[in-house]
Write a protein that binds this ligand. Structure first.
Ligand code: MN
Ligand code: MN
Length: 442
Protein backbone atom coordinates (compact mmCIF):
# COMPACT_ATOMS: atom_id res chain seq x y z
CA UNK A 1 0.00 0.00 0.00
CA UNK A 2 1.20 3.50 -0.81
CA UNK A 3 2.63 5.50 2.09
CA UNK A 4 0.04 8.21 1.57
CA UNK A 5 -2.76 5.62 1.70
CA UNK A 6 -1.40 4.07 4.90
CA UNK A 7 -1.19 7.47 6.56
CA UNK A 8 -4.79 8.19 5.64
CA UNK A 9 -6.02 4.80 6.90
CA UNK A 10 -4.12 5.23 10.19
CA UNK A 11 -5.96 8.53 10.69
CA UNK A 12 -9.25 6.84 9.90
CA UNK A 13 -8.59 4.03 12.38
CA UNK A 14 -7.77 6.58 15.09
CA UNK A 15 -11.07 8.35 14.34
CA UNK A 16 -13.00 5.05 14.51
CA UNK A 17 -11.41 4.17 17.84
CA UNK A 18 -12.82 7.41 19.26
CA UNK A 19 -16.10 7.44 17.37
CA UNK A 20 -17.96 4.44 18.78
CA UNK A 21 -21.30 6.29 18.76
CA UNK A 22 -22.86 9.12 16.76
CA UNK A 23 -22.25 11.55 19.64
CA UNK A 24 -18.61 10.53 19.89
CA UNK A 25 -18.21 10.73 16.10
CA UNK A 26 -19.61 14.26 16.29
CA UNK A 27 -17.20 15.21 19.08
CA UNK A 28 -14.21 13.66 17.28
CA UNK A 29 -15.17 15.41 14.02
CA UNK A 30 -15.54 18.79 15.76
CA UNK A 31 -12.09 18.33 17.31
CA UNK A 32 -10.58 17.67 13.87
CA UNK A 33 -12.42 20.65 12.37
CA UNK A 34 -11.37 23.03 15.13
CA UNK A 35 -7.78 21.85 14.80
CA UNK A 36 -8.00 22.72 11.10
CA UNK A 37 -9.26 26.23 11.90
CA UNK A 38 -13.02 25.75 11.49
CA UNK A 39 -15.15 27.84 13.86
CA UNK A 40 -18.70 27.39 15.07
CA UNK A 41 -21.12 29.27 12.81
CA UNK A 42 -23.18 30.46 15.75
CA UNK A 43 -21.77 33.83 16.69
CA UNK A 44 -19.60 34.06 13.56
CA UNK A 45 -19.27 37.44 11.87
CA UNK A 46 -19.93 38.05 8.20
CA UNK A 47 -18.56 35.15 6.14
CA UNK A 48 -16.38 35.51 3.07
CA UNK A 49 -14.73 33.15 0.58
CA UNK A 50 -12.35 30.72 2.26
CA UNK A 51 -13.99 30.94 5.70
CA UNK A 52 -14.42 27.65 7.52
CA UNK A 53 -17.41 27.00 9.75
CA UNK A 54 -19.40 24.23 11.38
CA UNK A 55 -22.77 23.94 13.02
CA UNK A 56 -24.27 21.05 14.91
CA UNK A 57 -27.55 19.73 16.07
CA UNK A 58 -28.21 17.90 19.33
CA UNK A 59 -24.53 16.91 19.45
CA UNK A 60 -25.29 14.24 16.86
CA UNK A 61 -25.65 15.76 13.39
CA UNK A 62 -22.90 17.97 12.04
CA UNK A 63 -22.57 20.35 9.12
CA UNK A 64 -19.26 21.93 8.10
CA UNK A 65 -18.40 24.15 5.16
CA UNK A 66 -15.69 26.07 3.40
CA UNK A 67 -17.20 29.14 1.73
CA UNK A 68 -16.61 29.26 -2.03
CA UNK A 69 -15.64 32.21 -4.20
CA UNK A 70 -19.06 32.29 -5.84
CA UNK A 71 -20.88 32.30 -2.51
CA UNK A 72 -23.33 29.77 -1.16
CA UNK A 73 -26.26 31.07 -3.23
CA UNK A 74 -24.53 29.63 -6.32
CA UNK A 75 -25.08 26.12 -4.93
CA UNK A 76 -23.03 23.87 -2.71
CA UNK A 77 -20.97 20.73 -3.26
CA UNK A 78 -22.04 18.38 -0.52
CA UNK A 79 -20.65 15.09 0.72
CA UNK A 80 -23.12 13.57 3.14
CA UNK A 81 -22.54 10.50 5.28
CA UNK A 82 -23.98 9.15 8.51
CA UNK A 83 -22.28 8.40 11.80
CA UNK A 84 -24.91 6.26 13.50
CA UNK A 85 -24.39 2.50 13.23
CA UNK A 86 -26.41 -0.60 14.12
CA UNK A 87 -26.21 -1.43 17.80
CA UNK A 88 -28.22 -2.31 20.89
CA UNK A 89 -29.68 0.55 22.92
CA UNK A 90 -30.50 0.21 26.60
CA UNK A 91 -34.20 0.50 27.37
CA UNK A 92 -35.31 3.39 29.62
CA UNK A 93 -35.61 1.00 32.56
CA UNK A 94 -32.82 -1.40 31.62
CA UNK A 95 -31.84 -3.13 34.84
CA UNK A 96 -33.38 -6.43 35.87
CA UNK A 97 -32.28 -9.53 37.70
CA UNK A 98 -32.98 -13.03 36.49
CA UNK A 99 -31.62 -16.10 38.26
CA UNK A 100 -28.23 -15.09 39.59
CA UNK A 101 -27.48 -12.51 36.92
CA UNK A 102 -28.20 -8.79 36.50
CA UNK A 103 -28.97 -7.75 32.95
CA UNK A 104 -29.28 -4.66 30.82
CA UNK A 105 -32.49 -4.93 28.83
CA UNK A 106 -31.87 -3.74 25.24
CA UNK A 107 -33.73 -2.56 22.16
CA UNK A 108 -32.21 -3.08 18.69
CA UNK A 109 -31.15 -0.04 16.67
CA UNK A 110 -30.77 -0.64 12.94
CA UNK A 111 -30.77 -3.86 10.95
CA UNK A 112 -28.73 -6.55 12.64
CA UNK A 113 -28.42 -10.32 12.36
CA UNK A 114 -29.08 -11.02 16.02
CA UNK A 115 -26.94 -14.17 16.33
CA UNK A 116 -23.82 -12.21 15.33
CA UNK A 117 -24.02 -10.16 18.53
CA UNK A 118 -23.90 -13.09 20.96
CA UNK A 119 -20.81 -14.07 22.98
CA UNK A 120 -18.73 -11.05 21.97
CA UNK A 121 -16.96 -8.54 24.23
CA UNK A 122 -19.20 -5.49 24.25
CA UNK A 123 -18.72 -1.91 25.39
CA UNK A 124 -21.18 0.55 26.90
CA UNK A 125 -21.18 4.16 25.73
CA UNK A 126 -23.56 7.03 26.10
CA UNK A 127 -24.89 10.05 27.84
CA UNK A 128 -26.97 10.26 30.99
CA UNK A 129 -28.86 13.54 31.37
CA UNK A 130 -29.63 14.35 34.99
CA UNK A 131 -32.53 16.37 36.35
CA UNK A 132 -30.18 19.14 37.48
CA UNK A 133 -29.15 19.76 33.87
CA UNK A 134 -25.76 18.08 34.11
CA UNK A 135 -24.66 15.20 31.94
CA UNK A 136 -22.62 12.10 32.67
CA UNK A 137 -20.66 10.63 29.77
CA UNK A 138 -20.32 6.86 30.01
CA UNK A 139 -17.55 4.94 28.28
CA UNK A 140 -16.83 1.45 29.58
CA UNK A 141 -15.19 -1.40 27.71
CA UNK A 142 -12.45 -0.04 25.49
CA UNK A 143 -9.74 1.00 27.96
CA UNK A 144 -7.42 -1.97 28.68
CA UNK A 145 -8.36 -1.98 32.38
CA UNK A 146 -12.12 -1.75 31.70
CA UNK A 147 -14.53 -4.62 32.10
CA UNK A 148 -16.59 -5.57 29.04
CA UNK A 149 -20.13 -6.90 28.71
CA UNK A 150 -21.56 -9.92 26.93
CA UNK A 151 -24.72 -11.63 25.75
CA UNK A 152 -24.65 -15.33 26.59
CA UNK A 153 -25.73 -18.22 24.38
CA UNK A 154 -26.74 -21.80 25.07
CA UNK A 155 -23.95 -24.38 25.03
CA UNK A 156 -23.96 -26.81 22.06
CA UNK A 157 -24.55 -29.77 24.37
CA UNK A 158 -28.03 -28.44 25.11
CA UNK A 159 -28.56 -26.32 22.02
CA UNK A 160 -30.28 -28.86 19.77
CA UNK A 161 -33.65 -27.17 19.93
CA UNK A 162 -32.10 -23.80 19.12
CA UNK A 163 -30.06 -25.26 16.25
CA UNK A 164 -33.22 -26.68 14.68
CA UNK A 165 -34.79 -23.20 14.52
CA UNK A 166 -34.53 -20.79 11.61
CA UNK A 167 -31.44 -18.61 12.10
CA UNK A 168 -33.59 -15.49 12.54
CA UNK A 169 -35.52 -17.20 15.35
CA UNK A 170 -32.48 -18.65 17.12
CA UNK A 171 -32.52 -15.73 19.54
CA UNK A 172 -35.45 -13.41 20.20
CA UNK A 173 -34.94 -9.63 20.17
CA UNK A 174 -36.25 -9.47 23.73
CA UNK A 175 -33.55 -11.93 24.77
CA UNK A 176 -30.69 -9.81 23.40
CA UNK A 177 -29.91 -8.72 26.94
CA UNK A 178 -26.47 -7.97 28.16
CA UNK A 179 -24.89 -9.30 31.35
CA UNK A 180 -24.30 -6.30 33.61
CA UNK A 181 -22.94 -8.24 36.57
CA UNK A 182 -23.71 -10.76 39.26
CA UNK A 183 -25.84 -9.25 41.95
CA UNK A 184 -26.87 -5.63 42.34
CA UNK A 185 -25.01 -3.06 40.28
CA UNK A 186 -27.13 -0.02 41.19
CA UNK A 187 -24.74 0.95 43.99
CA UNK A 188 -21.79 0.70 41.63
CA UNK A 189 -23.50 2.99 39.12
CA UNK A 190 -24.12 5.50 41.87
CA UNK A 191 -20.72 5.33 43.56
CA UNK A 192 -18.54 5.16 40.46
CA UNK A 193 -20.52 7.27 38.02
CA UNK A 194 -22.91 9.31 40.14
CA UNK A 195 -25.86 7.82 38.27
CA UNK A 196 -29.05 7.11 40.17
CA UNK A 197 -31.34 4.40 38.85
CA UNK A 198 -33.94 7.03 37.87
CA UNK A 199 -31.32 8.93 35.85
CA UNK A 200 -31.39 6.02 33.41
CA UNK A 201 -34.88 7.22 32.41
CA UNK A 202 -33.21 10.17 30.68
CA UNK A 203 -30.22 8.45 29.13
CA UNK A 204 -28.98 7.30 25.76
CA UNK A 205 -26.78 4.30 26.42
CA UNK A 206 -25.54 2.14 23.59
CA UNK A 207 -24.04 -1.32 23.53
CA UNK A 208 -21.42 -1.66 20.80
CA UNK A 209 -18.61 -4.15 20.13
CA UNK A 210 -15.56 -3.60 22.34
CA UNK A 211 -12.20 -3.22 20.64
CA UNK A 212 -10.31 -1.07 18.19
CA UNK A 213 -10.03 -1.57 14.40
CA UNK A 214 -7.63 -4.30 13.26
CA UNK A 215 -5.79 -5.00 10.03
CA UNK A 216 -6.94 -8.22 8.39
CA UNK A 217 -4.94 -10.61 6.21
CA UNK A 218 -1.22 -11.27 5.86
CA UNK A 219 -1.05 -8.43 3.37
CA UNK A 220 -3.09 -6.21 5.71
CA UNK A 221 -5.29 -5.32 2.75
CA UNK A 222 -8.46 -5.15 4.85
CA UNK A 223 -9.54 -3.31 7.96
CA UNK A 224 -11.99 -4.90 10.40
CA UNK A 225 -13.93 -2.40 12.48
CA UNK A 226 -17.23 -1.71 14.11
CA UNK A 227 -19.12 1.08 12.37
CA UNK A 228 -17.43 1.31 8.95
CA UNK A 229 -21.08 1.88 7.91
CA UNK A 230 -20.94 4.73 7.61
CA UNK A 231 -18.02 6.30 9.41
CA UNK A 232 -15.75 5.19 6.56
CA UNK A 233 -17.51 7.60 4.17
CA UNK A 234 -18.25 10.22 6.83
CA UNK A 235 -14.58 10.42 7.73
CA UNK A 236 -13.52 10.40 4.06
CA UNK A 237 -15.75 13.43 3.43
CA UNK A 238 -14.60 15.20 6.58
CA UNK A 239 -10.92 14.65 5.74
CA UNK A 240 -11.52 15.83 2.16
CA UNK A 241 -13.17 19.03 3.41
CA UNK A 242 -10.30 19.64 5.82
CA UNK A 243 -7.88 19.19 2.90
CA UNK A 244 -9.85 21.70 0.83
CA UNK A 245 -9.78 24.12 3.77
CA UNK A 246 -6.00 23.78 3.99
CA UNK A 247 -5.41 24.29 0.27
CA UNK A 248 -4.31 27.62 -1.14
CA UNK A 249 -7.23 29.86 -2.12
CA UNK A 250 -10.94 29.33 -1.60
CA UNK A 251 -12.74 26.69 -3.68
CA UNK A 252 -14.97 27.85 -6.55
CA UNK A 253 -18.15 26.57 -4.93
CA UNK A 254 -18.95 26.34 -1.24
CA UNK A 255 -17.96 22.83 -0.15
CA UNK A 256 -19.78 21.14 2.70
CA UNK A 257 -20.04 17.89 4.57
CA UNK A 258 -22.94 16.65 6.58
CA UNK A 259 -22.36 13.88 9.11
CA UNK A 260 -25.83 12.87 10.11
CA UNK A 261 -27.58 10.66 12.60
CA UNK A 262 -30.54 8.24 12.38
CA UNK A 263 -29.83 6.89 8.87
CA UNK A 264 -30.02 3.32 10.11
CA UNK A 265 -33.60 3.76 11.24
CA UNK A 266 -34.86 5.67 8.21
CA UNK A 267 -33.36 9.17 8.66
CA UNK A 268 -36.31 10.19 10.82
CA UNK A 269 -36.24 12.49 13.84
CA UNK A 270 -34.76 15.95 14.38
CA UNK A 271 -31.18 14.74 13.89
CA UNK A 272 -32.03 12.66 10.79
CA UNK A 273 -31.85 13.94 7.21
CA UNK A 274 -35.63 13.98 6.89
CA UNK A 275 -35.52 17.05 9.17
CA UNK A 276 -34.87 20.68 8.11
CA UNK A 277 -31.30 20.63 9.38
CA UNK A 278 -29.66 20.80 5.97
CA UNK A 279 -31.90 23.53 4.54
CA UNK A 280 -31.47 25.53 7.73
CA UNK A 281 -27.69 25.18 7.47
CA UNK A 282 -27.74 26.55 3.91
CA UNK A 283 -30.00 29.41 5.00
CA UNK A 284 -27.60 30.17 7.87
CA UNK A 285 -24.63 30.32 5.49
CA UNK A 286 -26.41 32.67 3.06
CA UNK A 287 -27.55 34.82 5.96
CA UNK A 288 -24.04 35.01 7.40
CA UNK A 289 -22.63 35.89 3.99
CA UNK A 290 -24.72 39.03 4.13
CA UNK A 291 -27.48 37.87 1.81
CA UNK A 292 -31.08 38.18 2.82
CA UNK A 293 -31.54 34.43 2.98
CA UNK A 294 -34.94 34.93 1.45
CA UNK A 295 -36.80 31.67 1.08
CA UNK A 296 -36.30 31.77 -2.69
CA UNK A 297 -32.52 32.28 -2.32
CA UNK A 298 -32.28 29.21 -0.14
CA UNK A 299 -34.38 27.18 -2.58
CA UNK A 300 -32.24 28.29 -5.52
CA UNK A 301 -29.03 27.41 -3.67
CA UNK A 302 -30.39 23.97 -2.77
CA UNK A 303 -31.54 23.31 -6.32
CA UNK A 304 -28.16 24.33 -7.76
CA UNK A 305 -26.29 22.06 -5.34
CA UNK A 306 -24.64 18.76 -6.15
CA UNK A 307 -24.23 15.93 -3.71
CA UNK A 308 -22.40 12.69 -3.18
CA UNK A 309 -24.49 10.57 -0.84
CA UNK A 310 -21.52 9.08 0.92
CA UNK A 311 -22.66 5.70 2.12
CA UNK A 312 -21.22 2.22 1.99
CA UNK A 313 -22.36 -0.49 -0.41
CA UNK A 314 -22.29 -4.28 -0.36
CA UNK A 315 -19.08 -5.78 -1.75
CA UNK A 316 -19.39 -9.03 -3.65
CA UNK A 317 -18.72 -12.00 -1.35
CA UNK A 318 -17.65 -15.05 -3.40
CA UNK A 319 -19.41 -17.34 -0.91
CA UNK A 320 -22.73 -15.60 -1.49
CA UNK A 321 -22.95 -15.14 -5.27
CA UNK A 322 -26.75 -15.12 -5.08
CA UNK A 323 -26.63 -11.59 -3.66
CA UNK A 324 -24.67 -10.24 -6.65
CA UNK A 325 -26.12 -8.22 -9.47
CA UNK A 326 -24.47 -10.17 -12.29
CA UNK A 327 -21.58 -8.15 -13.65
CA UNK A 328 -22.75 -5.06 -11.72
CA UNK A 329 -21.67 -6.03 -8.22
CA UNK A 330 -19.22 -3.80 -6.37
CA UNK A 331 -15.85 -5.38 -5.76
CA UNK A 332 -13.37 -5.07 -2.91
CA UNK A 333 -10.21 -3.18 -3.81
CA UNK A 334 -11.71 -1.52 -6.89
CA UNK A 335 -12.36 1.80 -5.17
CA UNK A 336 -15.56 3.49 -4.01
CA UNK A 337 -18.64 2.40 -5.92
CA UNK A 338 -21.16 4.69 -7.55
CA UNK A 339 -24.69 3.36 -7.21
CA UNK A 340 -27.04 5.07 -9.67
CA UNK A 341 -30.16 3.74 -7.96
CA UNK A 342 -31.05 1.59 -4.98
CA UNK A 343 -34.46 0.04 -4.40
CA UNK A 344 -35.14 -3.63 -3.71
CA UNK A 345 -36.66 -4.35 -7.13
CA UNK A 346 -37.97 -2.26 -10.00
CA UNK A 347 -36.11 0.71 -8.44
CA UNK A 348 -38.96 1.32 -5.99
CA UNK A 349 -38.10 4.10 -3.57
CA UNK A 350 -34.84 4.86 -5.39
CA UNK A 351 -33.08 8.11 -6.08
CA UNK A 352 -32.15 7.45 -9.71
CA UNK A 353 -29.27 9.85 -10.47
CA UNK A 354 -29.30 11.37 -13.94
CA UNK A 355 -26.83 10.26 -16.59
CA UNK A 356 -25.46 13.78 -17.13
CA UNK A 357 -24.41 14.06 -13.48
CA UNK A 358 -22.66 10.71 -13.67
CA UNK A 359 -20.85 11.80 -16.84
CA UNK A 360 -19.58 14.93 -15.08
CA UNK A 361 -18.37 12.83 -12.13
CA UNK A 362 -16.65 10.34 -14.47
CA UNK A 363 -14.82 13.25 -16.01
CA UNK A 364 -13.48 14.67 -12.74
CA UNK A 365 -12.65 11.29 -11.14
CA UNK A 366 -10.76 10.02 -14.18
CA UNK A 367 -8.91 13.31 -14.51
CA UNK A 368 -7.88 13.09 -10.84
CA UNK A 369 -6.67 9.49 -11.31
CA UNK A 370 -9.02 8.08 -8.66
CA UNK A 371 -9.75 4.33 -8.66
CA UNK A 372 -13.53 4.00 -8.62
CA UNK A 373 -16.24 1.68 -9.89
CA UNK A 374 -19.86 1.64 -10.92
CA UNK A 375 -22.35 -0.91 -9.67
CA UNK A 376 -25.70 -1.85 -8.23
CA UNK A 377 -26.46 -2.49 -4.57
CA UNK A 378 -27.29 -6.16 -5.15
CA UNK A 379 -29.32 -8.68 -7.07
CA UNK A 380 -32.86 -7.61 -7.98
CA UNK A 381 -35.62 -9.09 -5.80
CA UNK A 382 -33.06 -10.30 -3.24
CA UNK A 383 -33.39 -7.41 -0.83
CA UNK A 384 -32.09 -3.86 -0.76
CA UNK A 385 -31.63 -0.79 1.32
CA UNK A 386 -31.83 2.98 1.27
CA UNK A 387 -29.57 5.91 2.07
CA UNK A 388 -29.97 9.65 2.67
CA UNK A 389 -29.85 10.31 -1.10
CA UNK A 390 -33.62 10.62 -1.53
CA UNK A 391 -33.97 13.10 1.32
CA UNK A 392 -31.52 15.44 -0.40
CA UNK A 393 -32.84 14.85 -3.91
CA UNK A 394 -36.11 16.31 -2.64
CA UNK A 395 -34.53 19.77 -2.88
CA UNK A 396 -33.99 19.30 -6.61
CA UNK A 397 -30.24 18.86 -6.42
CA UNK A 398 -28.25 16.20 -8.25
CA UNK A 399 -27.43 13.35 -5.86
CA UNK A 400 -25.78 9.99 -6.30
CA UNK A 401 -24.79 7.27 -3.84
CA UNK A 402 -21.05 6.85 -3.87
CA UNK A 403 -19.19 5.04 -1.11
CA UNK A 404 -16.88 2.30 0.09
CA UNK A 405 -17.78 -1.37 -0.52
CA UNK A 406 -17.98 -3.54 2.62
CA UNK A 407 -18.04 -7.22 3.41
CA UNK A 408 -20.40 -8.30 6.20
CA UNK A 409 -22.07 -4.90 6.48
CA UNK A 410 -23.98 -4.37 9.77
CA UNK A 411 -22.05 -7.19 11.49
CA UNK A 412 -20.28 -6.28 14.77
CA UNK A 413 -17.06 -6.28 12.73
CA UNK A 414 -17.28 -5.07 9.16
CA UNK A 415 -14.54 -5.37 6.55
CA UNK A 416 -13.32 -2.70 4.16
CA UNK A 417 -10.34 -2.64 1.81
CA UNK A 418 -7.78 -0.15 3.11
CA UNK A 419 -7.07 1.10 -0.45
CA UNK A 420 -10.80 1.62 -0.99
CA UNK A 421 -10.98 3.79 2.15
CA UNK A 422 -8.23 5.98 0.75
CA UNK A 423 -9.72 6.16 -2.75
CA UNK A 424 -13.06 7.16 -1.24
CA UNK A 425 -11.34 10.14 0.35
CA UNK A 426 -9.58 10.97 -2.94
CA UNK A 427 -12.88 10.78 -4.83
CA UNK A 428 -14.61 13.22 -2.45
CA UNK A 429 -11.65 15.56 -2.62
CA UNK A 430 -11.72 15.53 -6.44
CA UNK A 431 -15.44 16.39 -6.26
CA UNK A 432 -14.77 19.34 -3.94
CA UNK A 433 -11.82 20.59 -5.96
CA UNK A 434 -13.34 20.32 -9.43
CA UNK A 435 -13.82 23.62 -11.22
CA UNK A 436 -17.33 24.99 -11.69
CA UNK A 437 -16.97 24.24 -15.41
CA UNK A 438 -16.02 20.59 -14.82
CA UNK A 439 -19.26 19.91 -12.95
CA UNK A 440 -21.46 22.09 -15.10
CA UNK A 441 -24.35 20.27 -16.72
CA UNK A 442 -26.06 21.93 -19.68
MN1 MN B 1 -25.10 3.32 5.63
MN1 MN C 1 -26.38 0.72 7.18
Amino acid sequence: MKKEAKKYVDGYKAFLTEAKTERRAYAAAVRLLEKAGFRELKGAKRLKAGDKVWRGYHGKTLFAAVIGREGTSAGVRVVGGHTDAPRLDLKPKPLYEKGDITFFDTHMYGGIKKYQWLVLPLALYGTVAKKDGTRVEVSIGDAPSDPVFMISDILPHFGKEQLDKKVKDAVAAEDMDVIAGLGKIEDLLKDKYGIEKDDLLSAELEIVPAGAPRDVGLDRALVAAYGHDDRVCAYAGLAALIDVAGAKGAPARTCAVVLCDKEEIGSVGASGMDSSFFENSIAELIDHEGGNARDIDVRRALEASQMLSADVCAASDPHFPDADSTGNESRLGKGPCMIKYTGPAAKSGANDARAEFIAALRRILDDAGVTWQMGELGRAEKGGGGTIAKFMARFGMDVIDFGTPLLNMHAPWELASAEDCWNTNRAYRAFFEASAAALKID
